[in-house]
Write a protein that binds this ligand. Structure first.
Ligand code: TRP
Length: 459
């Protein structure tokens, strides 16, 4: 690979290191933490799943994120254009195209779940959850998710909000929102944790979350933990390539990746600590699936003074977290359309949102067992589950493998060292050597192992 000056120079930049951290964290923290992480941990047996997840974050997540940062900042282009700008063989553009496909697949169901969150903000503001019991909580969720009109309407509202922010551009849109709301969400989740931990029987929830039982671990469980790590950290599809293309030259990429991964993991763990004690205390089934958050959380708040108000705030902040995550998702195809087809930002956003609504409605209409399309099962999965499985368990890890191979085996050692040390300004050659070893050997071997293992070929 030859060294060449980036082709696109006049791109916007984030204004400071802190803005970079919060914007990247804004992409990572979202429904993955608050909704997906708890329900998947619940469905896959608890602590053992959590442990495997943490190993995936450390040995695969942080290295792949750093790799994406390297590619994005060096190339200063979108996920497809980056490989052109780095003068890589055309083959590697497959990472960018796969990423665009993943962004769509994720958005198809993500916008549906975000719609539920928006709906819950609205309903808690109007006092709809006062004095709620386990049964009514379940029934309320069912009534919303199974109703085609309300869920499609909320999904459309979500996509309109995301589009409006995206048309505003990188700095104005993304920065302003993320810097304020991330810390606020953090505080509120801690309040929920405290209440949840003081419920009768809370200890059972903690035991479930922290005392591993490896008898429940199957190859499929390992693949799911890996997929969740990619999903949570927004990896494997060029999202972080796109974001890093807006990074400043003096940002420490390795440190940003580690800090984002740690902060994101803390938010996930807190969400787990907020939810599982309550799940056990109220006798909810931990493996309940996607409804877990929506049934548990209103019940916890029903037991807090000013609970209705705080509940509204909780879902509002979750809605914000989901929205910033979606901004980063839609930005992947967006940046490509704008830079490759010279489309106006407005047109690209409108086109993407329309595609996401039309196909995403298939997910929305199949997300609940009583929904309209819940019996239509291509490949044995509902549309909702299929979009999720294809993205998290296949496309993102394959994308991650390709990124690791590209950074570990194609990129020149010197180029990597120069970019990660900011042209020698950072004295971290030891760390860079460790990173190179992990991204060249450890991450790819683990990824291939998990795949083959889940296909039943080895292990
Ligand atoms: N990480 C986000 C979440 O946890 C979702 C997300 C945003 C994402 N951008 C992504 C997932 C890119 C995969 C790839 O909610």
């Amino acid at each position: 690979m030859k060294e060449l000056k980036p082709v696109i120079k006049s791109r916007e930049r984030f204004s400071s290191g802190l803005a970079i951290f919060f914007a990247t964290l804004g992409s990572a923290v979202g429904l993955g933490n608050i909704w997906k992480f708890p329900y998947m941990t619940g469905a896959n047996g608890g602590a053992a799943f959590l442990l495997i997840y943490l190993v995936c974050v450390l040995l695969i997540g942080i290295p792949v994120m750093t790799g994406e940062f390297y590619i994005g900042r060096k190339a200063r282009a979108n996920a497809v254009g980056a490989f052109e700008s780095l003068k890589a063989k055309p083959f590697w553009k497959i990472i960018g195209f796969g990423g665009i496909l993943s962004a769509y697949l994720i958005m198809f169901f993500y916008s549906d779940v975000a719609g539920w969150v928006y709906a819950y903000v609205f309903r808690s503001l109007t006092g709809g959850f006062a004095g709620i019991s386990a049964q009514t909580a379940g029934a309320q969720f069912d009534a919303m998710a199974a109703n085609p009109l309300t869920s499609l309407l909320w999904q459309a509202i979500v996509l309109i909000v995301v589009s409006i922010i995206l048309v505003g551009g990188v700095k104005k849109g993304i920065e302003r929102v993320t810097k304020v709301l991330m810390p606020l969400l953090f505080v509120l989740v801690i309040i929920v944790c405290v209440r949840s931990l003081t419920l009768p029987g809370a200890a059972d929830g903690l035991r479930f979350l922290f005392v591993p039982d490896f008898s429940k671990v199957t190859p499929g469980v390992v693949l799911s933990a890996l997929g969740l790590a990619f999903f949570k950290l927004s990896l494997g599809m060029g999202c972080m390539i796109t974001y890093a293309s807006y990074f400043r030259d003096d940002n420490n990429l390795l440190s940003t990746a580690s800090r984002v991964a740690v902060a994101d993991t803390i938010v996930s763990l807190l969400a787990g600590i907020a939810i599982f004690p309550a799940v056990f205390s109220f006798g909810i089934e931990p493996g309940a699936g996607p409804s877990l958050l929506f049934v548990t959380i209103p019940m916890v708040f029903a037991k807090i003074p000013f609970g209705q108000m705080l509940l509204a705030l909780f879902f509002l902040l979750t809605a914000f977290a989901a929205t910033t995550a979606m901004i980063s998702l839609v930005e992947v195809p967006n940046a490509y359309f704008v830079e490759h087809f010279k489309m106006s930002r407005k047109k690209a956003v409108f086109l993407n949102a329309s595609i996401m609504f039309v196909i995403g409605s298939l997910a929305t209409l199949s997300s609940h067992k009583d929904a309209l399309l819940s019996n239509v099962k291509p490949f044995g999965l509902t549309f909702f589950d299929l979009f999720d499985y294809l993205s998290s368990n296949i496309l993102l890890p394959v994308g991650g493998l390709l990124i690791a191979l590209f950074v570990g085996w194609v990129v020149k050692k010197e180029s990597l060292a120069r970019e990660l040390s900011n042209d020698g300004a950072l004295k971290i050659s030891g760390l860079i050597a460790v990173f190179r070893f992990v991204i060249t050997f450890v991450a790819p071997i683990l990824l291939v192992f998990v795949f083959l293992n889940s296909l039943g070929i080895i292990g």
